[in-house]
Ligand binder design. Structure first.
Ligand code: HQG
Length: 188
């Protein structure tokens, strides 16, 4: 472990990695395959050249960030790396479909509720709707936008039975297609 591997170092590098792998691979001169993977060595080179890190980042640094971020955002598999969720690029990343738990949660801001009541949960800037397995995680997600977040309970079982598709993000994050309002209950 290098002296650079502090919490704030992990956070800062993780932000750049997420930006490149979720939102703007073009800026980094990398291409994502249909599952969001890109070549790890090319990604490392791009991270160093675009962000000018000194000393230069190493593969081990990227692995360290992937392993020590507060959430499991990245996956390194052999010679490839990807972001597991959160993408906003125009070409939709293919995620694995799965049967969700009966209930999922979504944390958001109260100011969005009027629109969510009308239109349901939409992916907005991202490719999928993001859902949490427990209320506390949903609260943390909602806290990014509201100091007293709204928590929505999603009847994932019924939605899935009715044909709405759910996908695996990581162990804690579920992804889905839009969720119409009849499957949502506002808890707080
Ligand atoms: C809201 C973070 C109005 C939605 C988190 C949310 C997550 C609507 C916002 C991941 C709406 C989109 C994703 C509608 C949904 N009208 N607003 N009909 N439908 N919204 O950031 O779920 O730290 O794109 O409620 O932890 O907040 O980056 O989605 O407030 O897992 O790894 O539109 O990002 O992970 O916001 O967060 P976002 P999200 P990381």
């Amino acid at each position: 472990m290098s002296v650079y591997e502090t919490d704030s170092w992990v956070k800062n590098i993780g932000k750049k990695m997420a930006y490149a792998l979720r939102h703007d691979p073009d800026k980094y001169g990398i291409t994502l395959d249909e599952e969001g993977f890109t070549d790890l060595k090319k990604f490392l080179k791009a991270m160093n050249s675009v962000n000018g890190y000194r000393p230069k980042l190493t593969i081990e640094d990227l692995q360290y960030v992937a392993d020590h971020s507060d959430k499991k955002r990245f996956e390194i598999a052999g010679s490839k790396i990807r972001a597991l969720y959160g993408h906003s690029i125009p070409v939709r990343i293919c995620k694995k479909q799965a049967t969700p738990p009966d209930i999922l949660y979504h944390g958001t801001a109260h100011r969005f509720l009027k629109s969510i009541r009308k239109d349901g949960l939409l992916p907005m800037g991202r490719q999928y709707v993001h859902l949490s397995e427990d209320q506390e995680t949903a609260r943390q997600v909602g806290l990014r936008r509201d100091s007293y977040p709204a928590i929505l309970q999603v009847d994932a079982k019924k939605a899935n039975e009715d044909g709405i598709i759910f996908y695996i993000g990581n162990d804690a994050v579920w992804l889905s297609d839009p969720i119409p309002p009849q499957y949502l209950k506002i808890l707080v």
